[in-house]
Write a protein that binds this ligand. Structure first.
Ligand code: HEM
Length: 130
């Protein structure tokens, strides 16, 4: 694990300790930015799909250096065509996640955490061309 991945993992652990499951805040931000996406989750009455999707994005963020994230993101980007998710919206999930974590972590979002996330978002932007 590189130092950046380690810092991101630590920030996600801290987030879990402090707020538990951040899914409600993450999806509230997503639906505020893209209200038309909320209806796509209408069948997800238990929240299991949203939870699974968030877990996968966390996995990708913590394993950006290996092949896992690159393959997974590329595959899901294409899978999401079938759900009607535009490519530009798909790629926005990660920055929205970063904004949510930044807000929830407050002072614990330190300059090294900001730098590690910025590096990850830059890499993900390369993997999710519009
Ligand atoms: C803003 C961007 C995104 C939107 C609007 C979105 C939307 C959706 C929707 C509507 C579903 C449910 C599909 C269905 O079963 O009918 C879904 C499932 C899923 N999404 Fe996303 N998605 C986004 C980004 C991502 C990203 C970045 C990843 C991971 C790299 C991802 C991974 C998944 C996975 C793994 C599932 C299946 C979960 C399950 O059924 O257990 N999604 N997504």
């Amino acid at each position: 694990m590189t130092q950046a991945s380690e810092i991101i993992s630590q920030s996600l652990e801290l987030l879990a300790e402090r707020v538990g499951d951040p899914a409600p805040q993450v999806y509230a931000r997503l639906f505020a930015a893209y209200p038309e996406m909320e209806a796509m989750f209408v069948r997800d009455v238990t929240g299991a799909v949203k939870g699974e999707m968030l877990a996968m994005t966390f996995q990708c963020l913590m394993d950006l250096d290996g092949g896992y994230a690159a393959n997974m993101i590329a595959a899901e980007r294409v899978n999401h065509d079938a759900f009607g998710v535009p490519h530009e919206v798909f790629g926005r999930f990660f920055p929205l996640l970063a904004e949510t974590c930044r807000e929830l972590l407050g002072d614990a979002w330190t300059p090294p955490v900001e730098r590690a996330w910025a590096a990850a978002l830059a890499r993900i932007a390369e993997l999710t061309p519009i």
